[in-house]
Ligand binder design. Structure first.
Ligand code: JFZ
Length: 433
């Protein structure tokens, strides 16, 4: 094995051929499953329970003794994702509470020290590889437990009872050790989803968004790309992508919409995009949250994300036992059924030539334009400035029934006989460029 003896700085980052290939795969995939799950699920108050209830490290550690997910079944999780039409799973390996869901040598607060004693990441990785779905790993940069995490400058985790000052050099080494395990022992990993950077910056909307610590991302990112060159790096920092990152994520928002106040940054025109949302309002299991989005809302979200050139990473928070509640299962199955018919207008498409409109939005690939009429209020739809020469055919995707249209001087009018019962009346325009 040839070692070059130097490490490329992230600043000079040139993605490898396999990384570029993985990015393409990712953009084509369009739909993934986010899983927020771990001992934080036990109290049923979401994954921030340690911080929200001001629990100390000492008391929170007790959760380790209760985590025994007897209903966890990796094969069932992967099948559920596949049947939903999802192409990848992004699994929490370690959230802000610092619990490691795998057999790690670098922290005692891990799955092997629970009554369960089985490596969740390993079981998921093996099953994903077996069933042909890709695995991405969520890894928190922020830690509410460790004394070496720079907790004194952090915005959260102040009730943990930690003493002294953080020691970032030590914490960085710890993260590198853990990431090395994750990228060595679990086969091919599609990407790493970092989160927690924002703990060291002023809140969104503040003038100064600089970090209070130097995270040394160049070291972390080059390590990952050295271990697995294809592995895509994303970081939920709510800022313009940093050098060395391979995709850009938007938390609870569509690129450019900024309805959550968390994505003021512009969408990169070079990197694959991903938006994440959750079926209820919580990420981790929450007993009091019954605000489930409907299947219609979820499908529209997926359509809009695709129209903006972004993937949808849709979250579930399984129960402490590992069981996925029927409200989540049913919705995932329903989106899957829809994709069985309409998947052609979602997978491997590009952003539409216009942004989403009041009536709906557009995706496209090769010589096909998919007009997603999500809200057919009027009897016709006008698409201004159509960037193609000619429409050769127009029909409903569902049953190939022809659709009337008028296309002149770059204006296209499509006549609706559209059903308001339909979630999405997809009209296919076959075009000449
Ligand atoms: C983060 C996590 O904190 C959350 O638990 C979940 O994993 C989500 C997907 O990502 O959400 C955030 C991100 C940023 C802030 C708060 C929550 N912030 O800037 O205050």
């Amino acid at each position: 094995f040839l070692s070059l003896g130097f490490s490329l700085k992230a600043q000079n980052y040139i993605p490898s051929a396999s990384n570029l290939k993985q990015r393409e795969w990712f953009s084509d995939a369009r739909f993934g499953l986010f899983i927020h799950w771990g001992p934080f699920s036990i109290p049923g108050s979401g994954e921030w329970v340690m911080n929200d209830r001001k629990l100390t490290v000492h008391n929170y550690t007790n959760l380790q003794d209760f985590f025994n997910p007897i209903d966890f079944n990796a094969a069932a999780y992967v099948s559920m994702a596949k049947n939903a039409g999802m192409k990848y799973i992004t699994l929490i390996t370690r959230h802000h509470d610092g619990f490691s869901m795998w057999d790690t040598k670098y922290s005692d607060f891990n799955i092997m020290n629970t009554p369960y004693q089985k490596d969740i990441v390993k079981m998921m990785a093996d099953e994903c590889h077996k069933q042909g779905i890709q695995l991405y790993l969520y890894y928190s940069l922020l830690d509410w437990r460790r004394e070496d995490y720079p907790h004194e400058t952090g915005r959260t985790g102040q009730y943990s009872g930690r003493k002294g000052n953080g020691d970032y050099a030590s914490y960085l080494q710890f993260m590198k050790n853990q990431l090395t395990e994750l990228l060595t022992n679990y086969g091919k990993i599609g990407g790493v989803w970092f989160d927690g950077h924002w703990d060291q910056t002023q809140p969104e909307g503040s003038a100064d968004r600089s970090s209070r610590i130097d995270w040394k991302y160049d070291e972390i990112y080059s390590l990952i790309h050295k271990l697995q060159p294809q592995c895509m790096i994303g970081n939920n920092h709510h800022l313009t992508p940093f050098a060395g990152e391979d995709f850009q994520m938007f938390e609870r928002d569509l690129p450019g919409e900024n309805t959550s106040g968390l994505s003021l940054q512009q969408a990169s025109d070079k990197l694959p995009l991903e938006t994440c949302e959750t079926i209820s309002n919580s990420w981790g299991y929450n007993l009091s949250d019954t605000s489930y989005k409907t299947k219609t809302q979820l499908i529209k979200m997926l359509v809009k994300a695709s129209s903006l050139g972004a993937n949808l990473l849709l979250n579930i928070g399984p129960m402490p036992s590992g069981k996925v509640q029927p409200e989540f299962q049913d919705r995932l199955a329903a989106v899957g059924e829809w994709l069985n018919i309409y998947g052609e207008s979602i997978y491997s498409t590009k952003a539409g030539f216009i942004k989403p409109q009041p009536w709906g939005s557009i995706t496209q690939k090769e010589n096909k334009v998919y007009v997603h009429v999500l809200d057919p209020k009027n009897s016709s739809i006008l698409v201004d400035k159509t960037p193609f020469k000619k429409i050769t055919k127009a029909y409903l995707l569902k049953d190939k029934k022809p659709v009337k249209f008028l296309s002149k001087n770059g204006h296209t009018e499509i006549y609706t006989g559209f059903s308001t019962e339909e979630i999405d009346n997809v009209v296919v325009l076959e075009i000449l460029n």
